[in-house]
Design a protein around this ligand. Sequence first.
Ligand code: OSB
Ligand code: MG
Length: 370
Amino acid sequence: MKICQIETYRVRLPLRTPFETSYGYLTEKAFDLILVSDEFGNQGIGELVPFEQPDYLEETIETARIILSKHLCPLLKNQIINHPKEIAPLFAGVRGNQMAKASIETAIWDLYAKRNNKSVKDYFKETRAEIPVGVSLGIQTDLSMLRQQISAFLEQGYQRVKLKIRPGADIEPLEMIRTYFPDLILMVDANSAYTLADLDHLRRFDQYRLAMIEQPFAINDFIDHAILQKELQTAICLDENIRSVKDCELAFALGSCRSINLKIPRVGGISEALKIVRFCEENDLLVWLGGMFESGVGRALNLQFASQKIFNFPGDLSASDRYYYEDVITTPFELEKGRMTVPNGLGIGVTLSKEMLAKLGEYELLYEFK
Ligand code: OSB
Ligand code: MG
């Protein structure tokens, strides 16, 4: 297969509810759709997911656009691609920039599956049709609002709640939640808001029966996380630290965590994500699927990937209406009894809405290879 054309649509969607984390406040999400076409006019779609601010990780949507158009797209020129697994080695000379790489790699998986009349999930072993899902809640200092929100999400069938926390907005919401929702599958995500100096404070978290504590320390810290994991009963989960399977090996060797939040874009695409799944399976690390406020395109890919049976723990995979009023795909994803259905169509299994793209998208032809 040859990549003959790469196009993009830039889109912005307002979030239904502004989302506060330990590092910032998000009211709308920008993302680019990346469309790759082969010599027969088959098309694959990927999503470029970085945020506008370099506050979750260093990549931003703007830096990713530059890496994509200046450094990654030209590498596809005159290449015969037999399998999407060839993309990561082709991109290896470009350091880092996993989300930029993943936008193309995942688009090529979609294209490859479509050419072969398959769903992306057909390339994974042991899949299932329905996935248990959870919801990630932003920092909420109004505890009665938080209580109402959690009740509403539980009524909709969400099977797990992740709460964003920071120093000063942690113990009180946890006390409230355990008073009113004693049996809830609950976890917290600090997005690096603590340091080892908070060790005594963090010890208090053990009493709330948390499924895990996600990313308490700095985004590249393996040693302090290992020290903390030895001191706590609660499992530590790493998100920002994990950019590749090598990072999982390091975390495992040091004992930095017992769980991995796997986001396909953060590790550069499906091929690396599959290596991480295998590593976690072999080493008894609990792996589950995280999210980046994806549109319907990234969400469809996440559902395909989470169809693998190892993804038992409900991920940050919520229905479209949890995030956005409208979407770029024709059929939004809905929740049924706390589960979401993996799309069955070819590739990632969704169709772009021409009307929505005309209304919301800013089009650009990135490359045409003759
Ligand atoms: O740390 O997992 C995170 C959202 C934006 C940036 C970072 C994170 C998150 C989430 C929400 O937790 C995930 C989602 O529901 O898409
Ligand atoms: Mg996280």
